[in-house]
Design a protein around this ligand. Structure first.
Ligand SMILES: [Zn+2]
Length: 211
């Protein structure tokens, strides 16, 4: 069973390996070639693997992923991807190819209306980790884009200027407060020194009064 599972994934690992070795373009949204060679070869390899696959099993599983025409082949590809576990030394080299495949799968799943089924199916696999990193990266890029858009907005620039001014003002007030505090302490300690004499006279007055 386990042997069969790894067999199911082996074809995809071999494909990713050959894509790297043959230096196929794996650029997401490549404007020169559209990563055509990679996509064409993957489609052919996927068809071949699909022909070897246990159809009954895949059809049963694909029922929960019924998204029309190519559901079961996409399901098989994703399931294979979840089982791909390249050696550590290859992981970095294969990353771009994996990202391109994830990018395509994500679009297919999104189109099928299931935003997180891909993440769910890949789980804690290598592909799942790469996908999670892509999503995190996307979040960072999105935030950066929002920040830049805000910075380019005159209203934001004005608000930011006022925020900084208020910040400087707050610091200034804090400095003034600390200065006043030091002055007060200094005056207090001086007052205590001076109070040494009046205190003794006070006692004298008191003792005089008790007579
Ligand atoms: Zn290209």
């Amino acid at each position: 069973m386990n042997e069969k599972k790894s067999d199911n994934a082996q074809w995809l690992l071999t494909f990713l390996h050959s894509a790297v070795t043959d230096k196929l373009c794996t650029k997401i949204s490549c404007t020169t070639c559209g990563a055509r060679k990679f996509r064409v070869r993957l489609a052919a390899e996927t068809q071949e693997a699909f022909a070897r696959y246990d159809r009954k099993e895949i059809q049963r599983k694909a029922l929960q992923f019924d998204r029309g025409g190519d559901s079961d082949i996409v399901f098989m590809l994703t399931e294979s991807f979840a089982q791909v576990s390249p050696p550590k030394s290859d992981q970095l080299r294969m990353r771009d190819a994996a990202m391109l495949l994830l990018f395509d799968l994500d679009r297919i799943f999104l189109h099928g209306g299931d935003q997180f089924l891909l993440d769910e199916m890949l789980g804690k696999s290598w592909a799942g980790d790469v996908l999670a990193a892509m999503r995190a990266r996307y979040e960072i890029d999105e935030q950066r884009r929002r920040d830049q858009a805000l910075r380019a907005n005159p209203k934001f620039v004005q608000a930011e200027r006022e925020r900084k001014k208020a910040e400087r003002n707050k610091l200034h007030l804090a400095r003034v407060a600390r200065k006043e505090e030091r002055l007060r302490k200094w005056l207090d300690s001086n007052a205590k020194k001076e109070a040494l004499l009046p205190t003794s006279t006070l006692i004298d007055e008191k003792s005089e009064g008790s007579y």
